[in-house]
Write a protein that binds this ligand. Structure first.
Ligand code: SKM
Length: 277
């Protein structure tokens, strides 16, 4: 059985390393590859997935919406978020789609910050792109209310907030300080703070010290945001956990065994990230 990470580009993806580790450590026969799909080929590739030689795949940027349109069935998360990242073919050659990014985000917080959602209050999400869509939905599912969406281009925040209804609210970047004062969780979904990108320059001093701070960025593993949060005593969760946890349901679907996100797997990917940076 052959599976792959599909997207454009896919050279940076750690999915082959993650699934390769599980295949080997669980003694499962199978292959997990990389398959770059150029934007002009994407529509046909997913519509004609049965002829790709793959039994399933992960989908990453920028094909998550294109792939969704090729699916015959979708799970609730994919339908709510409007994007897929996990596809599989059934015996009749029909393509099914799921979105496991929200589950990955939630699973990572459950593992790294136990009890984080016991009294779900206000959440602040920075950014309004694809990752924000999955994360806002995940937070709403766990009962966080309101979920403030803060984006430098306010119109994008408005669009995302109206997509999810009245429990999510678009906010201006200038109002971040006031919002942080009442936040139970802060999540960065922008690329700010990522290696090679501008820093995420925010002042966390209004944030309650009981708030959890999560950064979806995982290169570097400890971003400036997380460093600042840790120094002032907030619980922090890095972005690698989300990547590891979103992979779990796909592996189970394709290979029939539910894998664990073990310290050994995490250490393997961390070593690779450190080698390359
Ligand atoms: O949704 C995930 C995708 O399944 C895999 C991935 C990767 O390999 O970098 C990133 C995210 O888009």
């Amino acid at each position: 059985r052959k599976v792959a990470i599909t997207g454009w580009p896919v050279s940076h993806s750690r999915s082959p390393m993650i699934h390769g580790y599980w295949l080997k450590s669980l003694g499962v026969e199978g292959v997990y590859d990389r398959q770059a799909v150029a934007p002009e080929d994407a529509d046909l590739f997913y519509r004609d997935f049965a002829s790709s030689g793959l039994v399933g795949c992960n989908v990453t940027v920028p094909h998550k919406e294109t792939a969704l349109r090729a699916c015959e069935t979708l799970d609730d998360a994919a339908r709510a978020i409007g994007a897929v990242n996990t596809l599989w073919l059934d015996g009749a050659g029909r393509l099914h789609g799921a979105n496991t990014d929200a589950a990955g985000f939630l699973g990572s917080l459950d593992q790294s910050a136990p009890g984080w959602d016991e009294k779900p209050g206000a959440a602040v999400v920075l950014g309004a792109g694809g990752a924000a869509r999955a994360i806002v939905w995940g937070l709403l599912q766990r009962g966080f209310k309101p979920v403030h969406i803060v984006n430098r281009t306010f119109e994008k925040a408005e669009k995302l907030a109206s997509y999810f209804g009245s429990d999510s609210i678009a906010q201006k970047w200038e109002d971040l300080g006031d919002l942080l004062g009442k936040a139970d969780i802060l999540v960065n979904t922008t690329s700010l703070g990522m290696e090679g990108q501008p820093a995420l320059d925010i002042d966390l001093s209004p944030l309650p010290d009981t708030a959890v701070v999560m950064d979806a960025v995982y290169v570097p593993l400890e971003t400036g945001l997380l460093k600042q949060a840790r120094a002032r005593g907030n619980r922090t969760v890095d972005g690698l956990g989300m990547l590891l946890h979103q992979a779990v349901p796909g592996f189970e679907k394709w290979f029939g065994v539910r894998p664990d996100v073990t310290p050994e797997l995490r250490a393997l990917v961390v070593a690779d990230l450190e080698k390359k940076s």
